[in-house]
Design a protein around this ligand. Sequence first.
Ligand SMILES: Cc1cc2nc3c(=O)[nH]c(=O)nc-3n(C[C@H](O)[C@H](O)[C@H](O)COP(=O)(O)OP(=O)(O)OC[C@H]3O[C@@H](n4cnc5c(N)ncnc54)[C@H](O)[C@@H]3O)c2cc1C
Length: 224
Amino acid sequence: MTTDLLPVTDRTQVHRLRDRQVRDRAMLNEILDTGLVAHVALCLGGEPVLIPVAYARDGDRLLLHGSTGAGLLRAAAGGAPIAVAVTHIDGLVFAQSMFHSSMNYRSAVIFGTAQVLDGADRLAALHALSDHLMPGRWDEVRQPTARELTATLVLALPLDEASVKVRTGGPSEDGEEIGAWAGVLPLRLQTGEPILAVGISADVELPDSLLTLRRRLSTKRQPT
Ligand SMILES: Cc1cc2nc3c(=O)[nH]c(=O)nc-3n(C[C@H](O)[C@H](O)[C@H](O)COP(=O)(O)OP(=O)(O)OC[C@H]3O[C@@H](n4cnc5c(N)ncnc54)[C@H](O)[C@@H]3O)c2cc1C
């Protein structure tokens, strides 16, 4: 059972600039729902390993998937504790010294042990993953075969232990300003022109999934 306030544990306590730690679970959900890539880290054979993957949030759990041959996911499926980060870079902060120059961001780090999903749960999770990246695409293409499903590992990580850190606003200064331009250059993810695959007629209309995603990215909330 999750609460609206993220609990702070020994692992999720932000140490530097603690006022940037956000405990509102709604912010965690927003970061996860509007991000596209998660970085998953774990310790494999005593060595740190970090892999970028797609993901989706399903209520109070994070869904991950990949090939049954993928080393890091296999280790996670075997019960290895993982840490997952999702990061949005909202702007570059130009201060009047490099020391105070910074980035505006919203980032989340989640700790836990993932559970392997099977059967109908696995199928529903794959549907959710596809909806996160390409909303509605599941119904526009052929359904997965039994062989494809067998080759796909699907994991669910509870969103029980997570931290969120957010930086917004302009540069911090220290009284030694020299009058150089200072401020924020906002950054955002944009879509380009769709590129038709070889062998597909130009008469085939752009799918709703692509149009929905394009609309979603172009109207994304822009933090200051
Ligand atoms: C895009 C981006 C660029 C950054 N660039 C730098 C940089 O160049 N140098 C630098 O020192 N810091 C940078 N940071 C901040 C960095 O992520 C840490 O917050 C910072 O190193 C201070 O960590 P700490 O000592 O407070 O926490 P640590 O002791 O390192 O971590 C304790 C716990 O705090 C939580 N936590 C810490 N940072 C974050 C975070 N960003 N998001 C969510 N949870 C977090 C985690 O749960 C972590 O386990 C950047 C952050 C982002 C998102």
